[in-house]
Design a protein around this ligand. Sequence first.
Ligand code: GCB
Length: 587
Amino acid sequence: MEKSDLAGNAVTFLHEEDYMDRYANPLIGADSWFKVSGRNGHDLNGDWRFAIDPFETGFRQKWYAFKRGAVPEPHDWNPYDAETCAVPSVWNLTKPELYHYEGGVWCARQIADPRTHGDEALVLRFGAANYCARVFLDGVFLGRHLGGSTPFCIDLSARLKGAGELLVHVENTRSPDRLPCHHFDWFNYGGIHRDVALYVVPKQHLRDTFVRYDGQAIVVDVETTPDADEARLEIPELGIAETIPLELGKGTLRVESNPDLWHPGKPRLYDVTITTCDDRLTERVGFRTVSVSKDRVLINGEPVYLRGVCVHEDDRETGRVTSQADICKRLVHARELGANFLRLAHYPHHERVAEIADEEGIMLWEELPAYWSINFEKSETEADAQNQLTELIKRDRNRASVILWGLANETADTRPRNTFFERLATTARTLDPTRPLSAACLFNQETLKVEDTLAHLVDVVGINEYFGWYDANVRDLSRILENYDLDKPLVISETGCDVVAGNQDVETVRNSEAFGVNYYRDQINAIEGHRAVAGFVPWLLYDFRTERRQNAVQKGWNRKGLISEDKATHKKAFWVIADFFKRQKDG
Ligand code: GCB
């Protein structure tokens, strides 16, 4: 780029600067963690003012600094007088012309300080925004959060006085440096797609709690801010009322107890209350252990067979935005299938899923979007992965239904990848030593053996196999099972074929209902009674939107759902699996 004109005068090209670099730091992440489970927030959902900004004009013209009533003329956007969009929403489904839009948008609204006492703390929380969110308050850049599926918080205690103008730039550009990377098989919805709320808490409050059962005792970790001297644990139904001594605001208590254990067949939960000073959190918690034997996943020391199904967080009308009714529907359909387990593919789903699964007794595999060919060598990508994993584990580690943290899906076996996941596994095991780790690993197509070195790192090995669909010969599946020689459980973490609901063609025609029925009969023949298989988790419950599927049948949808995208029409294959699950006992 020329830096001077022909006469030698210095020139500054406005478009030459990388504007986004100015808005890179601080990063907002798990360092500013604030636990909300058990708290009531002041809802900031509703109509926010909105504009797309494909050229980053808002950064060049500093739209975020425009003052209400004093917007300069001429201007290219007025954050106080603009069309609106709903929060939460995905912009792709708000207007036909935004369906395939990838890039940046601005979302703005006024917020009022709900505090009634001057000495209270105030925290702003976003349930999730895909993918990168830059937050401004009254023209000041507060920071940037990466990762489209986990919550993040900003302490506004000293920043908001009376009322303020909140502006958020959200951008969903795909990139190999992100998780997921530039290439994945689901729809790249953009926007603030989960709830936004303000939380008022006493200055001295609980930042985090970790409640679990180790087989003999209930163990509780507490973290407060600023540092309190002690906290209290109360579980009235168990007669527990104990003081937790804290040092520098942190402490652990272990109380021997014999609770009724949580089990998918009997999902018993207790009210657990933790207090410090004037702050109080009550959560419903189930106590159980999860471990693995040579070939089975064990709940409370007893083997369970994972009769599962994968599911995306996707809806024909609302995209990534989900609701209590939608989550309950998923669980009803899982039960109808005879499932006791859901793989929440391929990113953290809404936090209500695990809360409802706790109540309903459905086990969950929750997963990080480390999918396909992300840039394992880049330190920023790893930092992003570490942060997303930390936010997920902190968010859901008190949920009994979550039995596995899934680290990866179908990633090529390279040294940088292995280093990347070794470090992530250390983080997961440090934050939560109670749960096994899993991953969808690759198998060698020639030797028909699970040779992926990631299988040595995790505790439960998943394989995604499509014998009879992408790969021809289902007999090869039996070979893989016979060749499996690791001393840890193996789960079929995906298998499936595209079927169009109602297609009455014969079984030799792909996409027909009969093809789907045959496909699953062959799969079940290969695995039923095979000791190596600890669980069967078909791909997947519902058809879902995905830009990369454009053939005449797919038309922008992956049609491997056992139920079509209306979330009502069951394909015939659904009942083949339901029959199998009826026969398949634990043990
Ligand atoms: C897979 C991927 C999943 C895809 C599926 C398919 O192996 O893990 O994300 O959607 O196959 O339909 O091909």
